[in-house]
Design a protein around this ligand. Structure first.
Ligand code: HEM
Length: 113
């Protein structure tokens, strides 16, 4: 859960840097840290799936993977888009996607609303 909050906080920080074109985003640690955090998050997820004997194809986990797919895609758009408009679109899409992931994780429902 801590890693889930850290990944979102880190994403928001890097998005702000992308919007203001901060030189901080080019720092080596700033480029490596998200991969370390996200790898640990994925490893924690896989460990829980195995230790709780969950099926990776159970509905809510598949919904989480779908949310993750969109979170990554919109995240890449936020960091790489040439125009501010597309960056804003990516940022909004990523926040909606990760909010959905949180809602699914906490409710264990595909449609948690
Ligand atoms: C951005 C990605 C992710 C976020 C933000 C996230 C978030 C969370 C959160 C907040 C919880 C705690 C829910 C609660 O009990 O209150 C959780 C639990 C869990 N997550 Fe994730 N997660 C992510 C990715 C993954 C992935 C990729 C997997 C599987 C490979 C996974 C598998 C699980 C499992 C099995 C649980 C435990 C559910 C239980 O206690 O029964 N998560 N996740």
């Amino acid at each position: 859960m801590t890693l889930a909050y850290v990944t979102v906080a880190g994403f928001i920080l890097r998005a702000v840097w992308a919007f203001i074109d901060s030189p901080l985003r080019e720092k080596k640690w700033a480029r490596i840290a998200p991969h370390v955090i996200d790898t640990l998050l994925l490893a924690a997820g896989v460990t829980m799936v195995v230790s709780l004997s969950l099926s990776p194809f159970s509905g809510w986990l598949v919904a989480k993977f779908a949310g993750l797919f969109f979170y990554i895609g919109f995240g890449v758009l936020t960091m790489r888009a040439a125009s501010t408009r597309l960056k804003v679109l990516g940022f909004a899409g990523a926040l909606v996607s990760v909010s959905y992931i949180f809602a699914v994780a906490m409710s264990r429902q595909v449609w948690p609303f």
